[in-house]
Design a protein around this ligand. Structure first.
Ligand code: PMP
Length: 528
């Protein structure tokens, strides 16, 4: 390797440069508990309190000793990590343990089958694919039934037990036979043409405005953020985005998008046309607490409306708990607080304990299609290493009567109380504090009218929260980030080990930032 290739930066250099504009492209060299360490100018370790929490993946802390030990033991024991297409009792135990907890939280006995994957977006992709396979199979049943009915009608006409009159064609969407054309042939040709149209039509997904479900080819179509989604629009089935807390929008979208198939029946010796609903809506994806959209908690009322609507139109509900789940809000499933019941769930992030890369997609038995297991897989999914780590994570969440869940709630309350006190003291700067448990956000008012050129330009850059994060990092040794699609909101998702002293350190930082914004003192904002 020549020195030029060593020097040249090839691993996403542009992103590094963008982070640099806000002073965030620092290197971390050590991590434990709720702390990351970077090097100071003299080469010593400089601790940084981590409120970004691995974007939600280290609820139990960085390098949690029990998880590290588990990993070390697995490797020391020469555990076969990659043994695809064999029995995976550990994956089965993990699915069983997830089911045991879900049964408790949802008060249900219906099992959920597990498809393992590696990342959050991959679990979402698996859910999308499964839902589309299921929709295709449901559509095939409807189409087969219609084809059979048309055949029965043909036979009844041939046997003289039914008649077809001109009035049958007097409905929108049907064309009467041309003079001399056989009436039934004209009718069945039109029905068949519609069937083929519906067979070929792409599925439609429903998702919430502000929602974030990943950045892969299919999952990005359900991520509301235009910047992430639009360049890849051609890659996948599209979604209709539903505004939050507007149940009437659900009905309007259904009315616009529903598709109808025509079917024939013989009633009192006359051929009649009936309408059949085509399964168009593949799945409704939602986060019980929107993470990247700015930490918005779904209201129980809207959740109930969505549940009712989806039951009515037979559209499966996919609850994306990738960020909100795994104990962060005091339960494995944040949606269980809302009384929401998913046909599918996706979990990731803390499932890997901050060490493994792991995710899972769960499907309730009533919707499950075992055929999916034959057509979907990944080299790396369901491996023994990540399954054992995930089992250890669940053990740590569940031990001592679920102490970790209580800790997430208690620490979340302490953090929230502090954030609220800052908001109360700076109402012109802080718009709102939102969230639940250890998934909290602080939204700042727009500063694009600030008389300070530094603050105005930060606000106009589309990176506002990143500049605040840079200041917090360099002046206060606190790490946080804005949410990906709402950059005026800072996220706080520390591990449940976060201490009162660390919360106080964040408070000093936030009060400093609020003071700077309130006084339009851009010159005090840490230069990147
Ligand atoms: N869904 C949600 C709710 C998420 O928050 C994220 C990641 N922020 C994803 C999906 C995608 O997960 P990953 O980055 O592991 O692909």
């Amino acid at each position: 390797m020549d020195s030029a290739s060593v020097e040249q930066e090839l691993a996403e250099p542009y992103l590094r440069a963008v982070l640099d504009t806000a002073g965030l492209a620092v290197e971390y060299v050590r991590a434990e508990g709720n702390t990351l360490h970077r090097r100071d100018e003299d080469g010593g370790l400089l601790p940084v309190v981590d409120f970004a929490g691995g974007y939600g993946s280290v609820l139990l802390g960085h390098n949690r000793p029990e998880i590290v030990r588990c990993a070390q033991e697995l490797l020391a024991a020469d555990t076969p990590v990659h043994a695809q297409f064999s029995r995976h009792p550990y994956a089965n135990r993990l699915a069983g343990e997830l089911n045991r907890i879900i049964r408790r939280e949802l008060d249900t006995t219906e099992p959920y089958f597990a498809i393992f994957a590696n990342t959050g977006a991959e679990a979402v992709e698996a859910a999308i694919k499964h839902a589309e396979m299921d929709r295709g199979m449901r559509l095939a049943v409807v189409l087969d039934e219609v084809a059979a009915h048309v055949e029965q009608t043909r036979e009844a006409l041939a046997a003289g037990t039914a008649t077809l009159d001109h009035a049958t064609f007097a409905r929108p969407g049907l064309t009467a036979p041309a003079p001399g054309e056989d009436g039934f042939e004209a009718l069945s040709a039109q029905i068949r043409a519609r069937m083929e149209e519906h067979r070929a039509a792409p599925p439609l997904f429903l998702a919430l405005e502000g929602g974030f479900h990943g950045k892969l080819g299919a999952s990005v179509q359900l991520t509301h953020n235009h910047g992430y989604r639009l360049p890849f629009k051609g890659l996948g089935a599209q979604a209709r985005f539903v505004p939050r807390d507007q149940p009437e929008a659900l009905k309007a979208i259904h009315a616009e998008e529903r598709r109808i198939l025509l079917d024939t029946v013989v009633v009192n010796g006359r051929v009649e046309i009936v309408e059949r609903e085509v399964p168009v809506f593949c799945a409704f994806l939602l986060e019980p607490i929107q993470g990247e959209g700015g930490i918005h908690v779904l209201s129980a009322e809207f959740a109930a409306e969505i549940q009712r609507f989806c039951a009515e139109i037979d559209c499966p509900v996919v609850i994306d708990e990738i960020q909100s789940g795994m104990g962060r809000t005091g339960a494995l499933l944040a949606s269980s607080h809302l009384g929401l019941r998913g046909d599918y769930y996706t979990l990731a992030k803390t499932l890997g304990g901050g060490i493994a890369k792991s995710s899972v997609m769960l499907v309730r038995q009533a919707r499950y299609r075992q055929e999916f297991e034959i057509v979907h897989s990944s080299t790396f999914a369901k491996d023994s290493f990540s399954c054992h780590i995930a089992l250890k994570v669940l053990e740590l969440l569940e031990e001592d009567g679920g102490r970790a869940y209580h800790q997430a709630v208690e620490r979340g309350d302490a953090l929230r109380t502090m954030l609220e006190s800052v908001r109360a003291d700076f109402p012109d700067v802080v718009k709102e504090v939102r969230g639940k448990g250890l998934m909290l956000g602080m939204e700042f008012h727009d500063r694009s009218a600030s008389p300070s050129p530094v603050i105005k330009s930060a606000a106009d850059s589309g990176l506002f929260g990143y500049f605040l994060a840079g200041h917090l990092l360099h002046r206060h040794h606190v790490r946080t980030f804005p949410t990906a699609s709402a950059v005026n909101t800072l996220r706080f998702e520390p591990s449940l080990l976060v201490t009162d002293a660390e919360i106080a350190q964040l408070e000093r930082g936030l009060r400093d930032v609020c003071g700077i914004l309130q006084e339009h003192a851009g010159d005090r904002l840490c230069p990147a």
